[in-house]
Design a binder for this molecule. Structure first.
Ligand SMILES: Nc1ncnc2c1ncn2[C@@H]1O[C@H](COP(=O)(O)OP(=O)(O)OP(=O)(O)O)[C@@H](O)[C@H]1O
Ligand code: SF4
Ligand SMILES: [Mg+2]
Length: 352
C-alpha cells in the first residue's frame, strides 16, 4: 500500500460520516441445490457511504457476488432472500419489478467481471447504450443515439464507429470500456464492480481503476468485489473480509493491512505476493467450507491456526467492535469489527 493510501485510510477512519446511501442488515440468501437450499449469504450487514469505495474481499464462494446480486434483485427466482436492503431509505427487497429496473442501471449500476458477457451479442453497441437512455430518461430514439455516442466518447475516441459495431467485433479492452460507459451513462449514485479488473491487460486494468477512483472522488459510492489486494490497496477506503457467507472482519483499509485481527484476514494477506515482507509467503491451508453441510460453528474452524476450545464448543462468534490492539494504549480504529474468539495480535508494519 502506498503512503498516500495509508493516509487516505487513516483519514477515512476518522472522518465524520454522512448517512449511508446503502444499508444492508442481516442479509441472507440461499440457492436451491439438488439436496435442498444452500445458504450462500448467512447474515451480512454493511453500510456504504457516498464517495467511498468499500471492498468485499475473500476467497471464492465467500458470498461476495451474492451480496451484490441480492442488492440489485438479480438472484435467480428460486433463491430465498431475507433481511433488509435500504437504498436512500427505500427498501430494495420490496420494490416491484418496474421500480427495481428503474433503480438498476439508473441509480445503482453494476459492472461484471466478464464485460463481453454483459453485452447482448445480437444488438449493436449504440442500441444497447441507447436502450438505457430510452428506458430511464425517456429520450426519443434519435436523441438516445446521440447520447450513446456522447457516453462513449470519453472512453473511446472513435465512438461514432463503435456505436455501429456488434460486441463480437470488439476487443476485450473495448468491451470493458463500453461496459464502463454503460454503467456510468446515467450518473448512478452507486457502482457495484464485481472483479472489474480480472482478465484485463495491464493498461485497461489501470484505466478501469482510474475510472473507479474518479467516480469515487466525484461522490459516487463504489462497492468493489475483488480477490486482488493490489486493487484493494489502490482504491478501497474500507474493507469487508467475507468468509463462508459471513463478514469475518471489517475495517478501514489502513487497519486491515496493518493490524488484521481475524486469522482469516491474516492468512489471506500472508498468502498474497507483495503484501507481507519477503520470504514468508505462506499459502493458506485447506479450502473454504461446504456451505451445504456447514453447522453453526465458526466457518473458519477447520483451517484456523488460532482455534481454542471455545471455538469448538460455541456457535460462530458475532461481528463485534475490535478490542484495543494488545500492548497498544490506543483504542481500536473506529469501525474496526471482528468475528473471532481469539483474534490475532500481529502488527504487520513492525513485521516488515
Ligand atoms: N446460481 C447459483 N445456484 C446455486 N449456487 C450458487 C449460485 N450462485 C452461487 N452459488 C453458490 O453460492 C456460494 C457463494 O457464491 P458467490 O458467487 O456469491 O461467491 P463469491 O464470493 O462471489 O465467489 P467468487 O470469488 O468465486 O466469485 C458458492 O458456494 C456458490 O457455489
Ligand atoms: S473464532 Fe476460533 S476458529 Fe474462528 S477464526 Fe477465531 S480463533 Fe479461529
Ligand atoms: Mg463472485
Amino acid at each position: 500500500m502506498s503512503d498516500a493510501n495509508s493516509h487516505a485510510g487513516e483519514a477515512a477512519a476518522t472522518e465524520v460520516r454522512q448517512a449511508p446511501i446503502l444499508s444492508v442488515r442481516d442479509l441472507r440468501a440461499s440457492y436451491r441445490g439438488p439436496e435442498g437450499m444452500i445458504p450462500a449469504v448467512r447474515g451480512v450487514s454493511l453500510d456504504l457511504y457516498p464517495g467511498e469505495a468499500l471492498a468485499l474481499v475473500g476467497e471464492s464462494a465467500a458470498g461476495k457476488s451474492s451480496v451484490a446480486l441480492a442488492t440489485l434483485g438479480l438472484l435467480p427466482s428460486t433463491a430465498e432472500v431475507s433481511g433488509t436492503i435500504l437504498y436512500e431509505g427505500r427498501s430494495l427487497l420490496e420494490l416491484t419489478g418496474d421500480e427495481r429496473r428503474r433503480v438498476r442501471g439508473g441509480e445503482i449500476a453494476m459492472i461484471f467481471q466478464d464485460a463481453m458477457a454483459g453485452l447482448t451479442p445480437t444488438l449493436r453497441i449504440g442500441e444497447q447504450i441507447a436502450e438505457i437512455f430510452l428506458a430511464h430518461e425517456r429520450l426519443d430514439a434519435k436523441a438516445a443515439r446521440v447520447a450513446a455516442v456522447e457516453a462513449l466518447r470519453p472512453l473511446l475516441p472513435d465512438a461514432e464507429r463503435i456505436v455501429d459495431a456488434y460486441p463480437f467485433q470488439l476487443s476485450g479492452g473495448m468491451a470493458q470500456r463500453v461496459m464502463v460507459a454503460m454503467a456510468t451513462a446515467l450518473r448512478p449514485k452507486i457502482v457495484i464492480a464485481d472483479e472489474p479488473t480480472a482478465n484485463l491487460d495491464p493498461a485497461v486494468r489501470l484505466e478501469t481503476l482510474d475510472w473507479l477512483e474518479r467516480l469515487r472522488d466525484q461522490g459516487t459510492a463504489v462497492m468493489l468485489i475483488t480477490h486482488d489486494f493490489g486493487v484493494v490497496a489502490r482504491l478501497a477506503d474500507r474493507v469487508l473480509v467475507m468468509y463462508g457467507g459471513l463478514v469475518a472482519e471489517e475495517a478501514d483499509v489502513f487497519t486491515v493491512f496493518r493490524r488484521p485481527r481475524h486469522p482469516y484476514t491474516y492468512g489471506l494477506l500472508n498468502s498474497v505476493p507483495g503484501v507481507m515482507s519477503g520470504g514468508r509467503l505462506t499459502p493458506m491451508r485447506g479450502n473454504p467450507p461446504d456451505l451445504a453441510t456447514l453447522g453453526d460453528e465458526c466457518a473458519f474452524l477447520e483451517r484456523c491456526p488460532k482455534a481454542v476450545s471455545r471455538c469448538r464448543l460455541e456457535a460462530s462468534p458475532s461481528l463485534e467492535p475490535a478490542s484495543p490492539f494488545p500492548g497498544s494504549d490506543t483504542p481500536a480504529a473506529p469501525g474496526h469489527r471482528v468475528a473471532c474468539f481469539n483474534p490475532m495480535a500481529v502488527d504487520l508494519r513492525r513485521e516488515r
